[in-house]
Design a protein around this ligand. Sequence first.
Ligand code: FAD
Length: 462
Amino acid sequence: MANYDVIIIGSGPGGYVSAIRCAQLGLKTACVEGRETLGGTCLNVGCIPSKALLHASHMLHEAEHNFAAMGLKGKSPSVDWKQMLSYKNDTIGANTSGIEFLFKKNKVDWLKGWGSIPEAGKVKVGDEVHEAKNIIIATGSDVATLPGVEIDEKTVVSSTGALELSKIPNKMVVIGAGVIGLELGSVYKRLGAEVTVIEYLDVITPGMDAEVQRTFQKLLKKQGLEFIMGAAVQGVEAKNNKATVTYKLRKDDSEATLDADVVLVATGRKPYTDGLGLADLGVEMSGRGQIKTDGHYKTSVEGIYAIGDCIDGPMLAHKAEDEGMACAEGLAGQKPHVNYDVIPGVIYTHPEVANVGKTEEQLKEDGRDYKVGKFSFMGNGRAKANFAADGFVKILADKATDRILGAHIVGPMAGDLIHEICVAMEFGAAAEDLARTCHAHPTYSEAVREAALACGDGPIHS
Ligand code: FAD
Protein backbone atom coordinates (compact mmCIF):
# COMPACT_ATOMS: atom_id res chain seq x y z
CA MET A 1 0.00 0.00 0.00
CA ALA A 2 1.17 3.49 -0.75
CA ASN A 3 -0.11 6.98 -0.10
CA TYR A 4 -0.56 9.40 -2.96
CA ASP A 5 -1.76 12.94 -3.48
CA VAL A 6 -3.58 11.76 -6.59
CA ILE A 7 -4.50 8.41 -8.08
CA ILE A 8 -5.84 8.46 -11.61
CA ILE A 9 -7.80 5.47 -12.89
CA GLY A 10 -7.24 4.95 -16.62
CA SER A 11 -4.23 5.88 -18.74
CA GLY A 12 -5.90 7.15 -21.93
CA PRO A 13 -5.19 10.68 -23.17
CA GLY A 14 -7.24 12.05 -20.27
CA GLY A 15 -5.57 9.94 -17.58
CA TYR A 16 -1.95 9.91 -18.69
CA VAL A 17 -1.85 13.64 -19.46
CA SER A 18 -3.44 14.38 -16.11
CA ALA A 19 -0.94 12.11 -14.33
CA ILE A 20 2.05 13.79 -15.96
CA ARG A 21 0.70 17.28 -15.20
CA CYS A 22 -0.04 16.34 -11.56
CA ALA A 23 3.52 15.06 -11.16
CA GLN A 24 4.97 18.15 -12.87
CA LEU A 25 3.09 20.27 -10.35
CA GLY A 26 4.66 18.42 -7.42
CA LEU A 27 1.85 16.02 -6.53
CA LYS A 28 2.76 12.42 -5.69
CA THR A 29 0.90 10.60 -8.43
CA ALA A 30 -0.06 7.10 -9.53
CA CYS A 31 -2.03 5.96 -12.56
CA VAL A 32 -3.96 2.68 -12.62
CA GLU A 33 -4.23 0.85 -15.93
CA GLY A 34 -5.62 -2.62 -16.52
CA ARG A 35 -4.47 -2.97 -20.13
CA GLU A 36 -1.05 -4.43 -20.91
CA THR A 37 0.08 -1.08 -22.29
CA LEU A 38 -0.53 2.57 -21.42
CA GLY A 39 -2.34 5.07 -23.64
CA GLY A 40 -5.97 3.93 -23.46
CA THR A 41 -8.33 3.55 -26.38
CA CYS A 42 -6.60 6.32 -28.30
CA LEU A 43 -3.12 4.84 -28.51
CA ASN A 44 -4.04 1.15 -28.49
CA VAL A 45 -7.24 0.77 -30.51
CA GLY A 46 -8.31 4.26 -31.58
CA CYS A 47 -6.70 7.41 -32.93
CA ILE A 48 -3.17 6.13 -33.49
CA PRO A 49 -3.73 2.73 -35.17
CA SER A 50 -6.53 4.13 -37.34
CA LYS A 51 -4.27 6.95 -38.50
CA ALA A 52 -1.47 4.51 -39.31
CA LEU A 53 -3.84 2.53 -41.58
CA LEU A 54 -5.24 5.75 -43.09
CA HIS A 55 -1.70 6.88 -43.88
CA ALA A 56 -0.62 3.57 -45.41
CA SER A 57 -3.77 3.25 -47.52
CA HIS A 58 -3.48 6.88 -48.64
CA MET A 59 0.06 6.22 -49.82
CA LEU A 60 -1.30 3.32 -51.88
CA HIS A 61 -3.96 5.59 -53.33
CA GLU A 62 -1.32 8.18 -54.29
CA ALA A 63 0.80 5.50 -55.95
CA GLU A 64 -2.15 4.10 -57.88
CA HIS A 65 -3.75 7.37 -58.90
CA ASN A 66 -1.19 10.16 -58.98
CA PHE A 67 2.33 8.79 -59.33
CA ALA A 68 2.20 8.23 -63.10
CA ALA A 69 0.96 11.78 -63.72
CA MET A 70 4.00 13.10 -61.83
CA GLY A 71 6.34 11.01 -63.95
CA LEU A 72 6.84 8.34 -61.33
CA LYS A 73 6.64 5.19 -63.38
CA GLY A 74 6.76 1.54 -62.42
CA LYS A 75 4.51 -1.10 -61.00
CA SER A 76 2.21 0.34 -58.37
CA PRO A 77 2.73 -1.32 -54.96
CA SER A 78 0.64 -4.30 -53.95
CA VAL A 79 -0.65 -4.73 -50.42
CA ASP A 80 1.16 -6.95 -47.93
CA TRP A 81 -1.58 -6.85 -45.29
CA LYS A 82 0.47 -8.66 -42.67
CA GLN A 83 3.24 -6.09 -43.02
CA MET A 84 0.73 -3.23 -42.93
CA LEU A 85 -0.66 -4.58 -39.66
CA SER A 86 2.83 -4.93 -38.28
CA TYR A 87 3.61 -1.29 -39.25
CA LYS A 88 0.41 -0.32 -37.41
CA ASN A 89 1.40 -2.39 -34.37
CA ASP A 90 4.91 -0.90 -34.36
CA THR A 91 3.33 2.56 -34.41
CA ILE A 92 1.16 1.62 -31.42
CA GLY A 93 4.19 0.19 -29.59
CA ALA A 94 6.32 3.28 -30.18
CA ASN A 95 3.56 5.47 -28.77
CA THR A 96 2.54 3.36 -25.78
CA SER A 97 6.15 2.79 -24.70
CA GLY A 98 6.64 6.55 -25.07
CA ILE A 99 4.02 7.07 -22.35
CA GLU A 100 5.77 4.53 -20.12
CA PHE A 101 8.98 6.52 -20.59
CA LEU A 102 7.20 9.78 -19.71
CA PHE A 103 5.74 8.18 -16.56
CA LYS A 104 9.22 7.15 -15.43
CA LYS A 105 10.69 10.53 -16.32
CA ASN A 106 8.01 12.34 -14.32
CA LYS A 107 7.96 9.79 -11.47
CA VAL A 108 4.37 8.69 -12.01
CA ASP A 109 3.81 5.18 -10.59
CA TRP A 110 1.94 2.83 -12.90
CA LEU A 111 -0.29 0.62 -10.74
CA LYS A 112 -0.90 -2.34 -13.03
CA GLY A 113 -4.36 -3.90 -12.87
CA TRP A 114 -8.03 -2.96 -12.78
CA GLY A 115 -8.90 -0.39 -10.14
CA SER A 116 -11.98 0.14 -8.01
CA ILE A 117 -12.89 2.69 -5.35
CA PRO A 118 -14.01 0.94 -2.15
CA GLU A 119 -14.46 4.35 -0.48
CA ALA A 120 -13.47 7.96 -1.14
CA GLY A 121 -9.71 8.30 -0.58
CA LYS A 122 -8.99 4.63 -1.44
CA VAL A 123 -8.24 2.79 -4.67
CA LYS A 124 -8.05 -0.98 -4.79
CA VAL A 125 -5.87 -2.61 -7.45
CA GLY A 126 -5.71 -6.39 -7.22
CA ASP A 127 -5.35 -7.16 -3.50
CA GLU A 128 -3.68 -3.85 -2.69
CA VAL A 129 -5.51 -0.82 -1.38
CA HIS A 130 -3.80 2.52 -1.96
CA GLU A 131 -4.67 5.79 -0.32
CA ALA A 132 -5.09 9.04 -2.23
CA LYS A 133 -6.16 12.52 -1.20
CA ASN A 134 -7.80 12.82 -4.59
CA ILE A 135 -8.98 10.32 -7.18
CA ILE A 136 -9.49 11.13 -10.85
CA ILE A 137 -11.63 8.74 -12.88
CA ALA A 138 -10.49 8.61 -16.52
CA THR A 139 -11.86 5.24 -17.54
CA GLY A 140 -12.95 6.39 -21.00
CA SER A 141 -15.47 4.68 -23.22
CA ASP A 142 -16.34 1.44 -24.91
CA VAL A 143 -18.03 0.43 -28.16
CA ALA A 144 -21.81 0.94 -28.23
CA THR A 145 -23.63 -2.00 -29.78
CA LEU A 146 -26.94 -2.18 -31.62
CA PRO A 147 -29.88 -4.37 -30.64
CA GLY A 148 -29.94 -7.45 -32.87
CA VAL A 149 -26.25 -7.18 -33.68
CA GLU A 150 -23.72 -9.39 -31.95
CA ILE A 151 -20.09 -8.41 -32.32
CA ASP A 152 -17.72 -11.39 -32.66
CA GLU A 153 -14.71 -9.24 -33.71
CA LYS A 154 -14.14 -11.50 -36.73
CA THR A 155 -17.06 -11.19 -39.15
CA VAL A 156 -19.07 -8.61 -37.23
CA VAL A 157 -16.54 -6.21 -35.80
CA SER A 158 -16.28 -3.05 -33.78
CA SER A 159 -13.56 -0.52 -34.60
CA THR A 160 -11.20 -2.63 -32.48
CA GLY A 161 -11.69 -5.72 -34.65
CA ALA A 162 -11.59 -3.61 -37.81
CA LEU A 163 -8.03 -2.58 -36.93
CA GLU A 164 -6.81 -6.16 -37.09
CA LEU A 165 -8.84 -8.11 -39.62
CA SER A 166 -7.22 -11.38 -40.69
CA LYS A 167 -7.49 -10.30 -44.33
CA ILE A 168 -8.84 -7.47 -46.45
CA PRO A 169 -12.52 -8.24 -47.09
CA ASN A 170 -13.99 -8.25 -50.58
CA LYS A 171 -17.21 -6.72 -49.29
CA MET A 172 -17.57 -4.62 -46.19
CA VAL A 173 -20.71 -3.08 -44.74
CA VAL A 174 -20.23 -0.21 -42.33
CA ILE A 175 -23.15 0.53 -40.02
CA GLY A 176 -23.04 4.24 -39.15
CA ALA A 177 -21.71 7.18 -41.19
CA GLY A 178 -19.91 8.87 -38.31
CA VAL A 179 -16.23 9.68 -38.03
CA ILE A 180 -14.98 6.19 -37.12
CA GLY A 181 -17.10 4.39 -39.72
CA LEU A 182 -16.04 6.71 -42.53
CA GLU A 183 -12.34 6.67 -41.59
CA LEU A 184 -12.15 2.87 -41.43
CA GLY A 185 -14.52 2.46 -44.38
CA SER A 186 -12.24 4.60 -46.51
CA VAL A 187 -9.17 2.59 -45.40
CA TYR A 188 -10.72 -0.65 -46.68
CA LYS A 189 -12.09 1.01 -49.81
CA ARG A 190 -8.58 2.16 -50.74
CA LEU A 191 -7.26 -1.32 -50.00
CA GLY A 192 -9.67 -2.77 -52.54
CA ALA A 193 -12.85 -3.71 -50.64
CA GLU A 194 -16.33 -2.85 -51.86
CA VAL A 195 -17.63 -0.67 -49.03
CA THR A 196 -21.28 0.19 -48.37
CA VAL A 197 -22.20 2.50 -45.52
CA ILE A 198 -25.67 2.18 -43.99
CA GLU A 199 -26.82 5.25 -42.08
CA TYR A 200 -30.02 5.80 -40.11
CA LEU A 201 -30.13 9.54 -40.79
CA ASP A 202 -30.35 11.23 -44.18
CA VAL A 203 -26.95 12.89 -43.72
CA ILE A 204 -23.47 11.67 -42.90
CA THR A 205 -21.42 12.96 -39.93
CA PRO A 206 -24.38 14.23 -37.89
CA GLY A 207 -23.91 17.63 -36.30
CA MET A 208 -21.48 18.94 -38.89
CA ASP A 209 -22.11 21.94 -41.13
CA ALA A 210 -24.60 20.83 -43.80
CA GLU A 211 -22.50 22.11 -46.70
CA VAL A 212 -19.55 20.09 -45.43
CA GLN A 213 -21.74 17.00 -45.06
CA ARG A 214 -22.87 17.29 -48.68
CA THR A 215 -19.44 17.97 -50.15
CA PHE A 216 -17.77 15.29 -48.06
CA GLN A 217 -20.32 12.66 -49.03
CA LYS A 218 -19.95 13.59 -52.71
CA LEU A 219 -16.19 13.18 -52.48
CA LEU A 220 -16.47 9.83 -50.70
CA LYS A 221 -18.90 8.62 -53.37
CA LYS A 222 -16.40 9.72 -56.03
CA GLN A 223 -13.87 7.50 -54.27
CA GLY A 224 -16.26 4.57 -54.62
CA LEU A 225 -17.91 4.35 -51.21
CA GLU A 226 -21.59 3.53 -51.48
CA PHE A 227 -24.26 4.84 -49.13
CA ILE A 228 -27.67 3.63 -48.07
CA MET A 229 -29.19 6.56 -46.21
CA GLY A 230 -32.26 6.71 -43.99
CA ALA A 231 -31.98 3.01 -43.20
CA ALA A 232 -32.50 1.36 -39.82
CA VAL A 233 -30.50 -1.83 -39.38
CA GLN A 234 -32.76 -4.59 -38.05
CA GLY A 235 -30.15 -7.24 -37.44
CA VAL A 236 -27.00 -8.95 -38.65
CA GLU A 237 -26.69 -12.67 -39.13
CA ALA A 238 -23.20 -14.14 -39.30
CA LYS A 239 -22.44 -17.67 -40.53
CA ASN A 240 -19.37 -19.30 -42.12
CA ASN A 241 -17.32 -16.09 -42.29
CA LYS A 242 -20.13 -14.23 -44.07
CA ALA A 243 -22.76 -11.87 -42.76
CA THR A 244 -26.15 -10.65 -43.90
CA VAL A 245 -27.36 -7.25 -42.78
CA THR A 246 -31.10 -6.62 -42.75
CA TYR A 247 -32.25 -3.01 -42.84
CA LYS A 248 -35.49 -1.10 -43.22
CA LEU A 249 -35.72 2.09 -45.26
CA ARG A 250 -37.34 4.75 -43.11
CA LYS A 251 -39.12 6.44 -46.04
CA ASP A 252 -41.36 3.47 -46.93
CA ASP A 253 -40.63 0.81 -44.31
CA SER A 254 -39.40 -1.55 -47.03
CA GLU A 255 -36.94 -4.19 -45.88
CA ALA A 256 -33.80 -5.30 -47.71
CA THR A 257 -30.62 -7.27 -47.06
CA LEU A 258 -26.98 -6.85 -47.89
CA ASP A 259 -24.27 -9.52 -47.81
CA ALA A 260 -20.75 -8.86 -46.62
CA ASP A 261 -17.53 -10.58 -45.58
CA VAL A 262 -17.15 -8.13 -42.74
CA VAL A 263 -19.66 -5.84 -41.03
CA LEU A 264 -18.23 -2.93 -39.08
CA VAL A 265 -20.55 -1.65 -36.37
CA ALA A 266 -19.66 2.01 -35.96
CA THR A 267 -22.70 3.40 -34.21
CA GLY A 268 -20.87 5.25 -31.46
CA ARG A 269 -19.29 4.76 -28.08
CA LYS A 270 -20.62 4.77 -24.54
CA PRO A 271 -18.95 5.83 -21.28
CA TYR A 272 -17.12 3.01 -19.49
CA THR A 273 -17.27 2.91 -15.68
CA ASP A 274 -17.76 -0.81 -15.02
CA GLY A 275 -16.25 -2.29 -11.88
CA LEU A 276 -15.36 1.01 -10.22
CA GLY A 277 -18.08 0.68 -7.58
CA LEU A 278 -19.62 4.08 -8.34
CA ALA A 279 -23.18 3.11 -7.41
CA ASP A 280 -22.12 2.04 -3.88
CA LEU A 281 -20.16 5.27 -3.50
CA GLY A 282 -23.20 7.32 -4.51
CA VAL A 283 -21.48 9.01 -7.46
CA GLU A 284 -24.21 10.71 -9.49
CA MET A 285 -24.57 9.61 -13.11
CA SER A 286 -26.45 11.07 -16.07
CA GLY A 287 -29.15 9.09 -17.86
CA ARG A 288 -26.61 8.33 -20.59
CA GLY A 289 -24.19 6.60 -18.22
CA GLN A 290 -21.80 9.53 -17.90
CA ILE A 291 -20.36 10.57 -14.56
CA LYS A 292 -21.85 13.93 -13.58
CA THR A 293 -19.24 16.61 -12.85
CA ASP A 294 -19.23 20.33 -12.07
CA GLY A 295 -17.14 22.96 -13.85
CA HIS A 296 -14.05 21.76 -11.94
CA TYR A 297 -14.52 18.05 -12.79
CA LYS A 298 -15.71 17.29 -9.24
CA THR A 299 -18.20 14.44 -8.96
CA SER A 300 -20.94 14.40 -6.35
CA VAL A 301 -18.50 12.69 -3.93
CA GLU A 302 -15.83 14.82 -2.23
CA GLY A 303 -12.30 14.03 -3.44
CA ILE A 304 -13.42 12.15 -6.57
CA TYR A 305 -13.08 13.78 -9.97
CA ALA A 306 -13.80 12.58 -13.51
CA ILE A 307 -12.56 13.58 -16.98
CA GLY A 308 -12.58 12.50 -20.63
CA ASP A 309 -14.96 10.18 -22.44
CA CYS A 310 -16.65 9.04 -19.21
CA ILE A 311 -18.11 12.53 -18.63
CA ASP A 312 -20.22 14.85 -20.77
CA GLY A 313 -18.95 16.42 -24.01
CA PRO A 314 -17.40 15.31 -27.28
CA MET A 315 -15.60 11.96 -27.12
CA LEU A 316 -12.27 13.23 -28.39
CA ALA A 317 -8.72 12.61 -27.24
CA HIS A 318 -7.75 16.28 -27.14
CA LYS A 319 -10.87 17.16 -25.11
CA ALA A 320 -9.87 14.44 -22.61
CA GLU A 321 -6.28 15.76 -22.54
CA ASP A 322 -7.37 19.34 -21.88
CA GLU A 323 -9.64 18.19 -19.08
CA GLY A 324 -6.83 16.07 -17.66
CA MET A 325 -4.50 19.04 -17.55
CA ALA A 326 -7.14 21.38 -16.16
CA CYS A 327 -8.16 18.92 -13.44
CA ALA A 328 -4.52 18.47 -12.38
CA GLU A 329 -3.91 22.20 -12.32
CA GLY A 330 -7.06 22.72 -10.26
CA LEU A 331 -5.85 20.17 -7.70
CA ALA A 332 -2.53 22.04 -7.54
CA GLY A 333 -4.34 25.27 -6.68
CA GLN A 334 -4.28 26.89 -10.11
CA LYS A 335 -7.31 28.35 -11.89
CA PRO A 336 -7.40 26.46 -15.21
CA HIS A 337 -9.99 26.85 -17.93
CA VAL A 338 -11.12 24.71 -20.87
CA ASN A 339 -12.88 26.65 -23.61
CA TYR A 340 -15.51 24.21 -24.85
CA ASP A 341 -16.46 26.65 -27.63
CA VAL A 342 -13.12 26.11 -29.33
CA ILE A 343 -12.64 22.36 -29.53
CA PRO A 344 -11.78 21.27 -33.05
CA GLY A 345 -13.12 18.08 -34.62
CA VAL A 346 -11.26 16.30 -37.41
CA ILE A 347 -11.94 13.40 -39.78
CA TYR A 348 -8.69 11.98 -41.11
CA THR A 349 -9.91 10.71 -44.47
CA HIS A 350 -8.51 12.15 -47.66
CA PRO A 351 -9.45 14.90 -48.04
CA GLU A 352 -9.58 15.63 -44.34
CA VAL A 353 -12.52 17.37 -42.73
CA ALA A 354 -12.14 19.77 -39.82
CA ASN A 355 -14.41 22.08 -37.92
CA VAL A 356 -14.47 24.40 -34.95
CA GLY A 357 -17.16 26.57 -33.40
CA LYS A 358 -20.63 27.11 -34.79
CA THR A 359 -22.15 25.63 -37.93
CA GLU A 360 -24.33 27.75 -40.22
CA GLU A 361 -27.34 25.78 -39.02
CA GLN A 362 -26.56 26.60 -35.37
CA LEU A 363 -26.14 30.30 -36.15
CA LYS A 364 -29.49 30.35 -37.96
CA GLU A 365 -31.11 28.62 -35.01
CA ASP A 366 -29.54 31.17 -32.63
CA GLY A 367 -30.93 33.97 -34.83
CA ARG A 368 -27.44 35.43 -35.15
CA ASP A 369 -26.53 37.70 -38.09
CA TYR A 370 -23.48 36.21 -39.74
CA LYS A 371 -21.49 36.31 -42.93
CA VAL A 372 -19.77 33.52 -44.82
CA GLY A 373 -16.27 33.67 -46.30
CA LYS A 374 -15.58 30.70 -48.52
CA PHE A 375 -12.63 29.74 -50.65
CA SER A 376 -12.18 26.65 -52.81
CA PHE A 377 -8.89 24.74 -52.83
CA MET A 378 -9.18 24.95 -56.63
CA GLY A 379 -7.77 28.45 -56.24
CA ASN A 380 -4.82 27.29 -54.14
CA GLY A 381 -1.63 26.69 -56.11
CA ARG A 382 -0.10 24.18 -53.71
CA ALA A 383 -3.29 22.09 -53.60
CA LYS A 384 -3.47 21.99 -57.39
CA ALA A 385 0.18 20.90 -57.64
CA ASN A 386 -0.45 18.10 -55.15
CA PHE A 387 -3.67 16.75 -56.71
CA ALA A 388 -5.47 17.89 -53.57
CA ALA A 389 -7.74 20.67 -54.84
CA ASP A 390 -11.05 19.09 -53.70
CA GLY A 391 -12.84 20.98 -50.96
CA PHE A 392 -13.00 24.43 -49.42
CA VAL A 393 -12.43 26.58 -46.36
CA LYS A 394 -15.50 28.28 -44.95
CA ILE A 395 -15.30 30.86 -42.20
CA LEU A 396 -18.38 32.15 -40.40
CA ALA A 397 -18.08 35.57 -38.82
CA ASP A 398 -20.42 37.92 -36.97
CA LYS A 399 -22.00 40.28 -39.48
CA ALA A 400 -21.58 43.38 -37.35
CA THR A 401 -18.29 42.78 -35.51
CA ASP A 402 -16.50 40.41 -37.95
CA ARG A 403 -15.59 38.16 -34.99
CA ILE A 404 -14.98 34.57 -36.11
CA LEU A 405 -17.75 32.27 -34.90
CA GLY A 406 -16.87 29.02 -36.64
CA ALA A 407 -14.87 27.43 -39.42
CA HIS A 408 -15.37 24.36 -41.58
CA ILE A 409 -12.77 22.86 -43.86
CA VAL A 410 -12.86 19.99 -46.33
CA GLY A 411 -9.47 19.65 -47.94
CA PRO A 412 -5.81 18.73 -47.68
CA MET A 413 -4.39 18.91 -44.14
CA ALA A 414 -7.68 20.33 -42.88
CA GLY A 415 -6.91 18.87 -39.45
CA ASP A 416 -3.79 21.02 -39.21
CA LEU A 417 -5.18 24.11 -40.93
CA ILE A 418 -8.03 24.39 -38.43
CA HIS A 419 -5.69 25.33 -35.58
CA GLU A 420 -4.85 28.73 -36.99
CA ILE A 421 -8.54 29.49 -36.73
CA CYS A 422 -8.76 27.94 -33.24
CA VAL A 423 -6.01 30.27 -32.01
CA ALA A 424 -7.71 33.22 -33.70
CA MET A 425 -11.02 32.34 -32.01
CA GLU A 426 -9.32 31.85 -28.64
CA PHE A 427 -8.06 35.44 -28.93
CA GLY A 428 -11.46 36.73 -30.07
CA ALA A 429 -10.07 37.64 -33.50
CA ALA A 430 -12.02 39.10 -36.38
CA ALA A 431 -11.86 37.53 -39.84
CA GLU A 432 -9.95 40.64 -40.90
CA ASP A 433 -7.19 39.81 -38.38
CA LEU A 434 -6.61 36.53 -40.22
CA ALA A 435 -6.91 38.20 -43.58
CA ARG A 436 -4.25 40.79 -42.69
CA THR A 437 -1.79 38.19 -41.40
CA CYS A 438 0.92 37.40 -43.94
CA HIS A 439 0.68 33.72 -45.00
CA ALA A 440 3.60 31.95 -46.65
CA HIS A 441 3.26 31.04 -50.31
CA PRO A 442 2.66 28.40 -51.56
CA THR A 443 0.84 26.76 -48.63
CA TYR A 444 -2.57 25.25 -48.02
CA SER A 445 -2.89 27.87 -45.27
CA GLU A 446 -3.33 30.53 -47.91
CA ALA A 447 -6.81 29.07 -48.48
CA VAL A 448 -7.65 29.95 -44.86
CA ARG A 449 -6.51 33.51 -45.42
CA GLU A 450 -8.51 33.73 -48.65
CA ALA A 451 -11.63 32.53 -46.82
CA ALA A 452 -11.00 35.25 -44.23
CA LEU A 453 -10.60 37.78 -47.07
CA ALA A 454 -13.91 36.49 -48.45
CA CYS A 455 -15.57 37.67 -45.23
CA GLY A 456 -14.52 41.20 -46.20
CA ASP A 457 -13.68 42.75 -49.57
CA GLY A 458 -13.22 39.39 -51.25
CA PRO A 459 -10.53 36.81 -51.96
CA ILE A 460 -7.86 37.36 -54.58
CA HIS A 461 -7.68 33.96 -56.27
CA SER A 462 -11.30 33.20 -57.11
P1 FAD B 1 -9.65 6.06 -22.96
O1 FAD B 1 -8.68 6.42 -24.00
O2 FAD B 1 -10.80 5.21 -23.34
O3 FAD B 1 -8.81 5.35 -21.82
C1 FAD B 1 -9.39 4.80 -20.70
C2 FAD B 1 -8.43 3.76 -20.13
O4 FAD B 1 -8.90 3.40 -18.83
C3 FAD B 1 -8.36 2.46 -20.92
O5 FAD B 1 -7.02 2.16 -21.22
C4 FAD B 1 -8.94 1.41 -19.98
O6 FAD B 1 -8.25 0.16 -20.07
C5 FAD B 1 -8.67 2.03 -18.63
N1 FAD B 1 -9.58 1.58 -17.58
C6 FAD B 1 -10.92 1.57 -17.62
N2 FAD B 1 -11.42 1.14 -16.44
C7 FAD B 1 -10.35 0.88 -15.66
C8 FAD B 1 -10.21 0.39 -14.34
N3 FAD B 1 -11.27 0.13 -13.58
N4 FAD B 1 -8.97 0.20 -13.86
C9 FAD B 1 -7.87 0.45 -14.63
N5 FAD B 1 -7.95 0.92 -15.88
C10 FAD B 1 -9.17 1.14 -16.39
N6 FAD B 1 -10.31 10.91 -30.88
C11 FAD B 1 -9.65 11.93 -31.43
O7 FAD B 1 -9.58 13.01 -30.83
N7 FAD B 1 -9.03 11.82 -32.65
C12 FAD B 1 -9.08 10.68 -33.37
O8 FAD B 1 -8.52 10.60 -34.46
C13 FAD B 1 -9.78 9.57 -32.82
N8 FAD B 1 -9.84 8.42 -33.50
C14 FAD B 1 -10.48 7.36 -32.93
C15 FAD B 1 -10.54 6.18 -33.65
C16 FAD B 1 -11.17 5.07 -33.11
C17 FAD B 1 -11.20 3.79 -33.89
C18 FAD B 1 -11.73 5.16 -31.79
C19 FAD B 1 -12.39 3.97 -31.17
C20 FAD B 1 -11.69 6.34 -31.08
C21 FAD B 1 -11.06 7.45 -31.64
N9 FAD B 1 -11.01 8.66 -30.97
C22 FAD B 1 -10.38 9.73 -31.54
C23 FAD B 1 -11.62 8.85 -29.63
C24 FAD B 1 -10.54 8.78 -28.55
O9 FAD B 1 -9.88 7.54 -28.63
C25 FAD B 1 -11.16 8.97 -27.17
O10 FAD B 1 -11.90 10.17 -27.14
C26 FAD B 1 -10.08 9.04 -26.10
O11 FAD B 1 -9.30 7.88 -26.08
C27 FAD B 1 -10.70 9.25 -24.71
O12 FAD B 1 -9.70 9.30 -23.77
P2 FAD B 1 -9.97 8.89 -22.25
O13 FAD B 1 -8.67 9.16 -21.55
O14 FAD B 1 -11.17 9.54 -21.74
O15 FAD B 1 -10.28 7.32 -22.25
